[in-house]
Design a protein around this ligand. Structure first.
Ligand code: GLC
Ligand code: CA
Length: 543
């Protein structure tokens, strides 16, 4: 008998960006009490795992991705008591909780860094990466944001390295004390019962020991799923080091002794080969990694067919693919669809019915749209670096500069600030109609919210969708994607129409409808699929 599949291989993930979810005290910033008050709704939606972007103590220059105390809650968001309550209340609802863990760097206000930069002799000096080099930078490494990774500090006349922004100094994992300190942090949270960690830019953890220069490349812009070559550099020596692949296994081993069977999901943005190295040859590295192909989808059946087939080829079981349509760093996918909710239904159906983990970013379930804040007025540090790049130009180039736009407050109801805050929201709520809000969409059975709800619950209740294998099938029309999920003698067969025209597909005899959306109709053994519609049926494998 095979063991039942590990829980994290079959879960669904919902990402909450604490700044923007729900404010409870009128200061305009979302907080833990606010989230507590919304847990029943998240449960109603059917979410199985919540991933929280950071709420640790932080100066907030990068909105929490610059941590100054890993075991304290930032007062903006509440207290440790609130957090303990949050963990308890989430678990009470049979939901799992995943915290964001920024292991690569701290804030430059973290006590470790303040000590480290104070003198070359300080005990924390080697917690970070310091090199000589004043006029000339120590080597040619470019950070992930396109500037030199070296930052000169006059106190000790040396430069420290940062693979992201300069106020986010990289920790030195070649120092065993750093590893130990960070494992202590993981233990702190695991003892509180958290069920896993999302590892921020884990591809950046190790840097080349001998600081070799990176070779040049012809490529300038990075893409969401590839930072390996960017800014005219092949990032051989400051990203994706073999030591980082090895470290993935170490972290996995370290956390696996906990009884909640926690998991790791890595933000490692690289080629499939790189992703696989992080997952380990024996699937003994990071449990999961984000796969960002859907961030820049082509809305065509064939794109999704090829993606499914590729994932089965490159990441067959026991590897588990992930399907990510957006997050707090990317343009919202509904805007890529020109706001077309019918198409959003097709995409999300794909995400939930394929073999793998759907990762949903708060607001996707209500088609929460992008803001239009130009980088000139941006609060996002990336926007601040690019103040003079106008929105139309960044859109034209396909680069995303002001991440404020995908972080706007959640739209709950038709009241002041859409129910997000009674104060002045940290980012504008923008204009909205009743039908844009959760409350309204709940009452409309055809709404996107109800579609997501159906999908979350469908997966939750179907062992075939959770554990079954997947194979693509041919369809009668090129706009229709057809695939099967198979477990034992049970089969779920899925049809998704990405086209404008109505098509007809043959459905196996004796199939039982599981879920349908858009204009669909069954006639005898045939299924009529209207434009941008879909259906799933349960059937038995033919002997
Ligand atoms: C990751 C986060 C992003 C953050 C950066 C630095 O990419 O998702 O929001 O700015 O790392 O921590
Ligand atoms: Ca607040």
């Amino acid at each position: 008998m095979e063991n039942k599949m590990e829980w994290w291989k079959q879960t669904s993930i919902y990402q909450i960006y604490p700044w923007s979810f729900q404010d409870s005290n009128g200061d305009g910033i979302g907080d833990l009490k606010g989230i507590l008050g919304r847990l029943d709704q998240i449960q109603d939606l059917g979410v199985e795992t919540i991933w929280f972007s950071p709420f640790y103590r932080s100066p907030g220059e990068d909105f929490g991705y610059d941590i100054s105390d890993y075991t304290a809650i930032d007062p903006r968001f509440g207290t440790m008591e609130d957090c303990d309550k949050l963990i308890k209340e989430i678990h009470k609802r049979k939901i799992r909780i995943v915290l964001d863990m920024v292991m690569n760097h701290t804030s430059d206000q973290h006590p470790w860094f303040l000590e480290s930069k104070s003198s070359k002799e300080n005990a924390k000096r080697d917690f970070y990466i310091w090199r000589k080099g004043t006029k000339r930078t120590p080597n040619n490494w470019i950070s992930m944001v396109g500037t030199s990774g070296w930052n000169y500090d006059k106190t000790t006349d040396e430069s420290y390295y940062s693979n992201f922004l300069s106020f986010q100094p990289d920790l030195n994992y070649r120092n065993p004390k750093v590893k130990k300190a960070m494992f202590d942090v993981l233990d702190f949270w695991l003892r509180k019962g958290v069920d896993g960690f999302r590892l921020d830019i884990f591809n950046s953890i190790y840097k080349d020991e001998s600081f070799r220069d990176n070779p040049s490349s012809l490529r300038y812009f990075p893409t969401p799923d590839n930072h390996d070559e960017a800014f005219f550099q092949k990032k051989l020596y400051n990203l994706n080091l073999p030591e980082s692949f090895q470290f993935a296994k170490e972290v996995r081993k370290h956390i696996s002794k906990y009884k909640q069977k926690p998991f790791l999901i890595g933000e490692v943005s690289g080629s499939d080969k790189v992703l696989k190295s992080f997952l380990g040859e024996k699937a003994d590295g990071l449990n999961l990694v984000f796969q960002f192909e859907l961030i820049h989808f082509d809305y065509e059946a064939n794109f999704f067919k090829e993606l499914l087939e590729k994932n089965e080829r490159v990441f067959p079981a026991p590897y588990t693919p992930t399907y990510v349509l957006g997050n707090h760093d990317q343009r919202r996918y509904i805007d890529r669809l020109g706001g077309d909710v019918r198409k959003a239904k097709v995409l999300s159906a794909f995400q939930f019915l394929a073999r793998g983990i759907p990762v949903v970013y708060y607001g996707e379930e209500i088609a929460r749209k992008e803001g239009k804040i130009s980088s000139f007025f941006g609060k996002d540090p990336i926007a601040k670096m690019n103040r003079l790049v106008p929105l139309f130009l960044s859109n034209l180039l396909g680069i995303y500069i002001n991440r404020d736009n995908c972080r706007l407050p959640m739209l709950w109801e038709m009241s002041q600030n859409a129910g997000f805050s009674k104060g002045n929201p940290w980012l504008p709520v923008g204009t909205f109609q009743p039908e844009d809000t959760v409350l309204h969409q709940k009452t409309n059975k055809d709404s996107l919210w109800n579609h997501y709800k159906a999908l979350f619950h469908l997966r939750k209740g179907s062992v075939v969708l959770k554990e079954g294998s997947v194979r693509t099938k041919s369809s009668t029309h090129p706009d229709v994607l057809c695939f099967e999920r198979v477990l034992g003698d049970k089969v779920v067969i899925v049809y998704l129409n990405f086209g404008e025209t109505e098509t007809q597909e043959v459905i196996p005899k004796g199939s039982k409808p599981l879920y349908q959306f858009g204009r669909t109709k069954e006639l005898g053994g045939a299924l009529q699929l209207g434009s941008h519609s879909g259906a799933a049926f349960l059937t038995k494998l033919k002997k």
